[in-house]
Design a protein around this ligand. Sequence first.
Ligand SMILES: Nc1ncnc2c1ncn2[C@@H]1O[C@H](COP(=O)(O)OP(=O)(O)OP(=O)(O)O)[C@@H](O)[C@H]1O
Ligand SMILES: [Mg+2]
Length: 360
Amino acid sequence: MSNIVCSHVDKSYGSINVISDFNLDVADREFIVFLGPSGCGKSTLLRMIAGLEEISGGTVSIGGTAVNDLEPRDRGVAMVFQNYALYPHMTIYDNIAFGLKRMKVPKEQIDARIKAVSATLGLEPYLARKPTELSGGQQQRVAIARAMIKTPKVFLFDEPLSNLDAKLRHHMRVEIARLHQKLQTTTIYVTHDQLEAMTLADRIVLMKGGAIEQVGSPAEIYEKPRTLFVAGFIGTPNMNFIDATVNRAEDGWLLRTDGADLRIRGHGFALTHGKEVVLGIRPPDLVPADGGEGNVLTGVADLIEFHGNDALVTFKFGGKEIGALVKASGCPAAGDRVAFRFDETRLHIFDKGDGLTLRC
Ligand SMILES: Nc1ncnc2c1ncn2[C@@H]1O[C@H](COP(=O)(O)OP(=O)(O)OP(=O)(O)O)[C@@H](O)[C@H]1O
Ligand SMILES: [Mg+2]
């Protein structure tokens, strides 16, 4: 068993509180991603779990044992950092072997383990080389090998791919996903890259200002963001937000916005007459309206961003820039009048006051 439980975890530096009452159960074998903007406390939490940072309050348990007072080496965790810091004067073999040598593991055992790990990570051809003779992605694999060789109960990754270029990042992301499928080691992975989070995580822990905004599967977080912050953070291109006032109507609700009055049935939302809300619509949920029924946003296209298969059409609606993601073939040109329809089931509604979803 190597589940991780964070219970009422706090962290303060002097009088500055950076993590407050953090609670999370990570299941055995789960792949958890801590996601959030810079400074929200992701690394601090990971370092507390690893034992590199003192825990100010609460308990961290790994495999059922409280580890607050255990040295990092006694926690059964292996951590991979952004700056993988390989020893430049040592061969790849010696870099990978370093931790085990220090633990006085017999030579033959080290050799067998290195063979197995380098086969898993495709590092066999490079074992005699020095780190400078490897590409960034290969060096990152060595850093992972160095962590793997300790057969840890838990892997902790802190932005391990952020030094790599986009293509290599994608490649390594796939490799990390494969590695997890194979080894099934409980993993916490820190990133501020939502694409990395969406593609790797069983569950994402989305953080803001040292606290959890939402925990859920990538699909849950994308489909049912709990707050305006989550809605704005997840999804590319960004969700469109439109201020509205809720009015009771005969067979549902009328949403008054600066650009148009929208009619919805409102099933699944806790709406009240007169409430100030923010509507959220994702760009791919706006589809060209060629007449017909439904809620339509109209305007003049002022920018077309070509993405390949798709194009992002930006237009002004009620004084706000709105983006609609459409098929690139036959998409409008700048200056064209455009009209986009959305389906009520794709609509998000948030309380303008506290930013919480009104979905019930
Ligand atoms: N030694 C310290 N003393 C005081 N404050 C600190 C210290 N270390 C970190 N902090 C503060 O704790 C907060 C969380 O930092 P942390 O490094 O965990 O953020 P992060 O989410 O990992 O950000 P990034 O994405 O930029 O790496 C930040 O506001 C930071 O300024
Ligand atoms: Mg960090």
